[in-house]
Design a protein around this ligand. Structure first.
Ligand code: TXA
Ligand code: MG
Length: 330
């Protein structure tokens, strides 16, 4: 049987209640968040959540993030502690995910059999409306085929999963463009940063008032049990990505023409059809916002390689470089 492609909804009140009913009936919906688009299912419905893994081609060992309409619902899915409540008060709604011991309401498929669950309250108004209408927590990983670049528009979701799902809610281009910061607070005395994001290590430490361990090197497969999504090769275009500490702003002549050169800021001298930049002034929020859609665009343009410049500095640069290292991993 031939499947119809996914349909994109722009979120009128009628459409939102329709999509909420589809979710309650156990179907999948592509949803906007401020970080990247997610592929959502009713988090209390194990069969619905299993469909997420099938649609993405995601291994069952890679757990999902559970999204709540508000922090007040935290107890439905997790067992909070003082560290979690403090971080939630400081950063929710927003791009921060907390790993906590889970309640029995969360099916094993969501947590990949782990006794913990990752939880987040998104700041995207349309997604939050959908969550309230659905009346259930929604499990959602990024809405891309497993291993590929995360989607930051409804169009990206359709390109990657359009033949596997039927419903996509369009909330515009993602405002942040990188996945949420993930912090493991299962033990409130020994919090650990698992994935860098817009909420930086420094901001987390300031809000919590205690030290937070840094991520383990992603190559360590041994860390797989606690951060299964931290596989080194991830977020990868098909075209080889080569990461440079800095790209010299010289004339195009001499640069391989069949290879793309991606600068953080608009270069002063380099020009040509293979020269690209992420933000005219190289400002990091703009770089983050454009990064994934640019990687997709360059991947589609059949260059032999993509050379890209690393960001410099702490904070958001750390999150950008984390994604670039993964995209460049062979
Ligand atoms: O911004 C985001 O976080 C987006 C939007 C949709 O919310 N979601 C997202 O999910 O990026 P994704 O594809 O990265 O998958 C969730 C990741 C897993 O790969 C894993 O690293 C982590 O969340 N995770 C989930 N449950 C976990 C757990 N119990 N312990 C440790 N890490 C967990
Ligand atoms: Mg993902």
């Amino acid at each position: 049987m031939k499947r119809r492609g996914a349909r994109i909804y722009c979120g009128t009140p009628k459409e939102l209640s329709f999509l909420a009913r589809r979710l309650r009936a156990g179907e999948l919906v592509g949803v906007p968040t401020e970080t990247v688009y997610g592929l959502a299912a009713d988090a209390f419905n194990a069969r619905a959540c299993r469909k997420i893994f099938t649609a993405k081609g995601r291994p069952a060992s890679d757990p999902l993030i559970v999204h709540l309409a508000s922090a007040r619902e935290l107890k439905r899915v997790a067992i909070p502690n003082d560290a979690a409540l403090r971080l939630a008060a400081a950063f929710w709604p927003g791009p921060l995910t907390l790993v906590l011991p889970k309640t029995s309401a969360v099916p094993d498929i969501v947590s990949s059999g782990l006794p913990s669950v990752a939880v987040r309250v998104s700041a995207h108004p349309l997604f939050r409306k959908l969550l309230r209408l659905t009346g259930r927590p929604l499990a959602a990983p990024s809405a891309n085929p497993f291993g590929y670049v995360s989607p930051t528009t409804a169009g990206h979701v359709r390109e990657g999963l359009g033949q596997k799902i039927r419903y996509i809610l369009d909330g515009g281009p993602a405002r942040i463009g990188l996945e949420s910061t993930i912090v493991d607070v299962r033990d409130p005395r020994r919090p650990r940063l698992l994935r860098p994001g817009l909420v930086s290590h420094r901001e987390l430490v300031r809000a919590l008032g205690r030290p937070i361990a840094r991520p383990r090197r992603p190559a360590r497969a041994a860390a797989a049990q606690i951060a299964p999504g931290q596989l080194l090769r991830h977020y990868s275009p098909r075209t080889p990505v080569i990461l440079h500490p800095r790209l010299a702003d010289r004339a195009t002549t001499g640069r391989a023409r069949n290879e793309a050169w991606l600068f953080l800021r608009r270069p002063r001298h380099a020009r040509g059809e293979n020269i690209f930049w992420l933000d005219s002034k190289g400002e990091l929020p703009g770089v983050a916002r454009q990064l994934f859609s640019m990687l997709r665009r360059l991947d589609a343009a059949s260059f032999a390689a993509i050379h890209v410049e690393a960001a410099r500095g702490p904070g958001l640069a750390e999150a950008i470089n984390d994604r670039l290292r993964r995209a460049a991993a062979r």
